[in-house]
Design a protein around this ligand. Structure first.
Ligand code: ZN
Length: 296
């Protein structure tokens, strides 16, 4: 009898996932991601097509909730997401949860392979106080951290972006995203953005439409603007000499945000531009090339 029970449990435990995936495949027509080859630091558009429109739909990836938005027909759902620059190469599970109009929930999973991106290592020289901050600087850094934490929590539940992302300045960009950096030979950090060689006073524009969730002076970032594009997708503009927007303000794509400069931890005048999804930092160069679907 005990043997029979054990046998039955084995049958049941195998039966459950099989049944779930068979049911999932009836509802899910296709799941794909762009770029098709993902590496650490890649932004990513997830596209899920259904046989019939679900009432609601969301996902989970890298331990983050993935918010999707529907096409007009509601049979195709999209999410703008990404793979953090520090993610190690490997296969990661994307979990999808759809709730159908009859209340039935249908889950599916897909294995997504992340390749490793090869980033350079450079040595930089900045003022000593940015490498070994004194007590006053440490206090300011801790306060900044709380300010940023609160700002990042203010993302809109719906997408605020419209169409593709635009270059924020008319200046050449350096190939610096993901670079491992040594400051004055000591502190190692990863460069989580793209630097544009912009002379001080160059107009800095919003890469897409959204809402200003931070516009103030910070220790490392200098005069900094953060735009929320909704569903945890944000762009960040650092080291500005002047800020021309205020917190809470809605901005349209390419609206003037401020003027470039060298405030904060900067080796000279430039714009540091970063793309953030959840807590992941993504390569802007890939984002600028992505063709994005219409948002509701
Ligand atoms: Zn930078």
């Amino acid at each position: 009898m005990r043997l029979f029970c054990a046998f039955l449990m084995v049958i049941v435990s195998f039966w459950q996932p099989l049944r779930a995936s068979a049911l999932g495949d009836e509802i899910y027509k296709s799941v794909h991601w762009d770029p098709a080859q993902l590496a650490s630091g890649s932004p990513c558009l997830l596209t899920v097509e259904f046989q019939s429109p679900p009432a609601s739909f969301q996902g989970e990836w890298f331990g983050h909730q993935v918010s999707f938005f529907p096409s007009r027909s509601r049979t195709v759902w999209y999410a703008l997401a990404g793979v953090d620059v520090e993610t190690t190469a490997g296969t990661y599970k994307l979990t999808l949860h759809a709730t159908m109009p009859d209340g039935k929930s249908v889950d599916a999973t897909r294995d997504i392979t992340i390749a490793s991106a090869h980033y350079k290592q450079v040595e930089l020289h900045v003022a000593e106080n940015f490498v070994e901050p004194d007590a006053a600087a440490l206090k300011r850094i801790a306060e900044d951290s709380e300010i940023k934490h609160q700002a990042f929590a203010k993302s809109a539940p719906e997408p605020l972006w419209r169409g593709g992302f635009l270059l924020p300045v008319q200046s050449p960009a350096t190939d610096s995203f993901g670079t491992r950096r040594l400051f004055n030979g000591k502190l190692a950090s990863i460069h989580r953005g793209m630097d544009f060689r912009a002379a001080s006073g160059t107009a800095v524009h919003a890469a897409n439409s959204g809402r200003v969730i931070l516009a103030r002076s910070l220790f490392y970032e200098g005069n900094c603007v953060v735009i929320d594009h909704g569903q945890q997708f944000m762009t960040i503009y650092m080291h500005l000499s002047k800020i021309k927007v205020s917190e809470g303000q809605n901005v349209h794509a390419y609206q003037l945000l401020g003027l470039s400069g060298s405030t904060g931890r900067a080796t000279g005048p430039h714009l540091h531009f970063a793309v953030r999804w959840q807590s992941a930092y993504l390569d802007p160069a890939i984002l600028f090339k992505m063709k994005l679907p219409p948002t509701p």
